[in-house]
Write a protein that binds this ligand. Structure first.
Ligand code: ZN
Length: 272
């Protein structure tokens, strides 16, 4: 009779399988982290953002999440002059919320792009076709505005719909952001180093079919993404209008916080 493989051998096999799937693994609870974020923060969605901030704070034991701030959503909700909302942002930043610049208007208004390309992201991929100079201008102005309001450095830049044109990618390095992320990874623009890998768990409220598929992915992710060293969960203002999405968000946070420490994006920079 053959001896049963010992523990270390089984561990090695498991490690190899996970590395083949290029998933960074972590051996214990303290090494696995959860990064939470609220997208599209600005005066346009003040009520929804308040609701999400309360909800996430309950799951995370305080305001331990990032906010993606839009300086002038759709050109209709300027942060400049929105004094009450600015005060809220400042308070959140003071209480430890990490602030990311999330575009300028959030909308893709590039007239050279066909309807179909804009339709794919519901016209929300502001940086998906911007040339470098314009991308850099919006990044720099967004950063200055948000840092002026909060009195603290932003954590990084995240493009609307996680879409970056080649010009936007080049501008990120020039703008000097410590971090950027897309749907599949977090990276350091200065040298391109990947700081975390793995898909973001997020929900879509735009149509019934998107609601259904995001519910299915979130449910699958609760077990399939367990090996990830860093799990990202992102919520949007529109999620608050769909009870099934809120239930799913609650379930995903409950599952993640059982096995992970609540982390900060800036931890990724410190460790690498
Ligand atoms: Zn957004």
């Amino acid at each position: 009779m053959l001896p049963a493989p010992d523990r270390s051998r089984r561990g090695a096999v498991r490690d190899r399988m996970l590395s083949q799937a290029s998933l960074p693994i972590a051996g214990n609870r303290t090494e696995r982290r959860l990064l939470a974020s609220i997208h599209d923060v600005g005066p346009r969605f003040e009520r929804e953002v308040d609701q999400l901030a309360d909800r996430l704070s309950r799951h995370l034991g305080g305001p331990r999440f990032a906010m993606l701030v839009v300086p002038d959503h759709w050109g209709q909700a300027p942060l400049v002059g929105a004094r009450a909302f600015q005060a809220k942002l400042r308070d959140w930043a003071t209480s430890g919320v990490e602030m990311f610049v999330h575009g300028w208007t959030h909308r893709d208004d590039n007239p050279t792009k066909g309807f179909k390309a804009r339709h794919m992201t519901a016209g929300e991929g502001e940086f998906s076709a911007l040339p470098q100079a314009e991308a850099l201008r919006r990044m720099t102005e967004g950063r200055a505005l948000i840092e002026d309001i909060t009195g603290a450095p932003v954590a990084g830049f995240i493009a609307p719909a996680w879409l970056y044109s080649p010009g936007a990618m080049a501008a990120l390095g020039e703008a000097g952001f410590a971090m950027a992320e897309d749907h599949m990874q977090v990276w350091r623009p200065a040298d391109g180093a990947v700081l975390a890998r793995g898909p973001v768990v997020t929900w879509a409220s735009r149509s019934r079919s998107r609601i259904r598929s995001s519910l299915a992915f979130a449910a699958l992710a609760r077990t399939a993404l367990r090996p990830l060293g860093t799990l990202r969960i992102a919520v949007h203002p529109g999620d608050t209008s769909v009870p099934a999405l809120l239930d799913s968000i609650d379930a995903s946070f409950a599952a993640a916080t059982r096995t992970r420490a609540v982390g900060r994006y800036s931890d990724l920079v410190k460790r690498n």
